[in-house]
Write a protein that binds this ligand. Structure first.
Ligand code: PHB
Length: 395
């Protein structure tokens, strides 16, 4: 009898302990933050990407609060130094050790390519806030993109050139996937409309000396040079050397997607950039009320920094993640990707949509000219192509 009583008591005690443990674990689950792994080039030649994207992410959190679905949101930032192998290793750590719900960031296309298989294997949504080669989103069904694709933002300037009686163009692009995307799109559209490509040149991705390439452009005597270089410091160097080589004096018009006159460095450029015509999805001079507020807030929080299209993609990327987490009540995986599909909202760049089928962004693309406004250079928008899908996927 005594024994039975003891057993009952111990069973009761055990049940009570188990119940307490279960409650504690449910409690601690509810307390656990939702983690987002933000992979960025914060050092190395592409560090401006990290600075811009992170400024957009942090502004979104400051404005909307770092909490969702009753849980705190924790953003874990890792510096991949712009190297694909680092990106993959750090993403593995974030998924396995930190158990992040979302991977985000991805400055350069090779980094997004390197990590895409991990997103698929681990079923982790991967929000690409920058890398812009068209095929990035096809590397994993878990990828959603909030930046742009090179074909999407390039064909507009080919149409502009044709309309403006430019018939002889040299193309000059960085020799890697986004440059090849831009080159292919421009040449296809421009030659279909009757334009002639007099020379097709490619340069190394990390390049400080543009002189040999610029000399070949000069010798070919085109009306315009179509340029793609990764936005930021190499774009600034390119524009400076373009002027020094007398290309502007020779009357050669700079055209391209907007990366070569990126807002991050445009404010510091001299007259050499004046008159460049580009097609792109964001300008700090975009005249909407939302953008004016965005530009002021980024500047205030970052020592006067002017936001570029990268800060906007970071800001919008956080919006897409937060809205989706609300829908799934904090759950990740396929449900979270599905909650990102079809989101449409106003961005500082204008209206955007996450294409439910391709998971890529649909957005307005503007034709702009570099002009001086209140003493500083800006890409002033003068025409728009509405709701542009990535042409490489909408065929
Ligand atoms: C890319 O690597 O995908 C990339 C980098 C810089 C740009 C655009 C695309 O300005």
């Amino acid at each position: 009898m005594k024994f039975i009583q003891f057993k009952r008591r111990s069973t009761f005690a055990m049940l009570a302990t188990l119940t307490m443990l279960a409650c504690a674990s449910i409690g601690s689950r509810a307390e656990e933050p939702i983690k987002i792994g933000l992979l960025l080039p914060n050092t190395g030649p592409f560090s401006y990407m990290g600075r811009q994207i992170n400024a957009g992410v942090q502004l979104y959190l400051a404005e909307h609060g770092a909490a969702v679905a009753g849980r705190k949101l924790e953003v874990i930032i890792k510096d991949d130094e712009g190297k694909p192998e680092n990106n993959k290793r750090l993403a593995q750590e974030l998924v396995i050790a930190d158990k992040v719900t979302v991977l985000a960031g991805f400055g350069l296309t090779p980094q997004a390519f390197a990590t895409a298989p991990l997103a698929t294997q681990s079923k982790t949504p991967m929000v690409v806030m920058q890398a812009a080669t068209s095929s990035v989103t096809e590397r994993s069904p878990f990828i959603v993109r909030t930046s742009m694709t090179l074909p999407q933002v390039t064909f507009g300037v080919a149409d502009w050139a044709l309309k403006n009686k430019i018939s002889r163009v040299v193309t000059l692009v960085s020799d890697y996937a986004p440059g090849v995307d831009a080159e292919k799109t421009f040449i296809g559209r421009f030659t279909a409309g009757g334009g002639q490509i007099v020379e097709q040149l490619r340069m190394p991705v990390v390049n400080a000396d543009f002189a040999p390439f610029l000399q070949r452009v000069l010798d070919a005597k085109p009306q315009a040079v179509f340029v793609f270089v990764p936005a930021g410091s190499s774009a600034a160097m390119f524009m400076k050397q373009f002027a020094e080589r007398g290309m502007k004096k020779a009357g050669i018009q700079v055209i391209g997607p907007g990366d070569v006159v990126d807002d991050d460095v445009l404010g510091e450029m001299g007259d050499e950039a004046l008159g460049a015509i580009t097609s792109h999805h964001y300008s700090a001079a975009h005249p909407s009320a939302m953008n004016k507020k965005f530009v002021a807030a980024i500047g205030k929080a970052n020592n006067g920094m002017r936001p570029s299209f990268m800060a906007v993609a970071g800001y919008d990327g956080m919006h897409v993640i937060m809205q989706a987490l609300k829908v799934t009540n904090g759950a990740g995986g396929e449900a979270l990707v599905n909650a990102m599909r079809g989101q449409s909202f106003e961005s500082p760049r204008g209206p955007v949509l996450i294409d439910p089928l391709t998971r890529d962004i649909v957005q307005d693309v503007y034709i702009r000219k570099v002009q001086r406004v209140n003493g500083k250079l800006y890409n002033v928008e003068f025409d728009v192509i509405k709701a542009v899908k990535d042409p490489d996927k909408s065929k």
